[in-house]
Ligand binder design. Structure first.
Ligand code: FES
Ligand code: FE2
Length: 343
């Protein structure tokens, strides 16, 4: 059975996904309902009524509270029952578990572990998403694959040559370097001196000159990745090129499903229209990455990744390092839990 890290912040949604109505989303196997309580602050409750266990998401949001759609009990953002339509007294025993939530950088983050350890300062920043100089496009891909398979995919961009022909095709022959600083891993790809792929010419005008392309992707637990994709004319410094940031944040839904949130930032004067950009990214993530990763998951079934003895290539080093960090942190969490239980 797959274990998930508990004491980390998981991305639950883009801010715009939690609007007037509630959003139901399963996070590490737990059904959670997200809605805006008093003052528009996002609340996260276990998506299960304590009366007869109806999903609260089958009810409706009323004045910053959620009314169960079965017998009408009303719960506030803290999970307390505040109304029974058939009695003047709300049952105090009717309480729904609530999870800490932080909304930052247009992202809703949720903490599924020990609430005493939930510190907002540990949340990775994606500041370009709130930078007024940027135009951002946002996407969400529901994937029938384990979240670590998506992390592997993002940390090993050699797949771009075969899976994403528009990113350069056979000319995509990158040099790979990587680094680890504590629990932060960066995987870097550099392609030198190739004709600018037509797709990139829409964003970065090379005027017929050859370009160098770089992709530096940084991972933080549990699966929060920030990618800088850069373009420059060969022989010029990076500072004269164009660097575009993108967010790739993956949250486990269950052992073999995940939520893949992606967003790309572009300078406001980028000639590419948002719709063109969104459909280009969706082509890569929804039509190219997702079917392959889901096919990998089907081949693997519920077998443990390491039990299948995967062949390890040099270019796997960043992804393997990340898998080991997750294993180490899972072990640390289990030991801390055992210590508390034994205390
Ligand atoms: S199941 Fe929710 S009020 Fe009965
Ligand atoms: Fe990809």
């Amino acid at each position: 059975m797959t274990a998930f890290l508990k004491n980390v912040w998981y991305m639950a949604a883009w801010s715009h996904e939690v609007a007037d109505s509630a959003l139901a989303r399963t996070i590490i196997g737990v059904p959670v309902i997200f809605f805006r309580g008093a003052g528009g602050k996002v609340a996260a409750l276990h998506d299960q009524c304590p009366h007869r266990f109806a999903p609260l998401s089958a009810g409706r949001v009323e004045d910053g509270k959620i009314r169960c759609g079965y017998h009408g009990l009303v719960f506030d953002a803290s999970g307390a029952c505040v109304e029974n339509p058939f009695s003047p007294v709300a049952p105090s025993a009717a309480r729904v578990a609530r999870y800490p939530v932080v909304e930052q950088d247009r992202i809703v983050w949720v903490w599924m572990g020990d609430p005493a350890l939930a510190h907002a300062t540990a949340i990775p920043r994606f500041e370009f998403l709130v930078d007024p100089a940027m135009r951002n496009v946002f996407g969400y891909t529901a994937s029938a694959a384990n979240y670590e398979l998506h992390t592997d995919n993002l940390l090993d961009l050699t797949h771009a040559r075969f899976l994403h022909p528009a990113f350069g095709g056979d000319a995509y022959n990158p040099e790979h370097t990587w680094k680890q600083e504590g629990d932060v891993v960066t995987s870097c790809y550099l392609v030198r001196d190739i004709p600018n792929p037509p797709l990139f010419e829409l964003t970065f005008k090379a005027g017929g000159k050859n370009v160098d392309l770089w992709d530096d992707i940084t991972w933080r637990a549990p699966a929060c990745l920030c990618l800088e994709s850069g373009f420059k004319i060969t022989g010029t410094p990076r500072s004269e090129g164009l660097a575009t940031p993108s967010a790739h944040i993956i949250t486990p839904q269950t052992a073999d499903r995940c939520h893949y949130f992606w967003a790309s930032g572009n300078k406001r004067d980028n000639p590419m229209r948002d719709e063109e950009l969104r459909s280009g990214l969706s082509q890569a993530f929804d039509q190219e990455d997702k079917p392959m990763i889901e096919a990998v998951q089907r081949r693997m079934g519920d077998a443990d990744f390491w039990s299948l003895k995967p062949v390890l290539l040099k270019t796997d080093v960043a992804a393997v390092t990340v898998r080991r960090i997750i294993q180490r942190r899972l072990k640390e969490e289990a030991e801390a839990l055992a210590e508390t239980a034994g205390a």
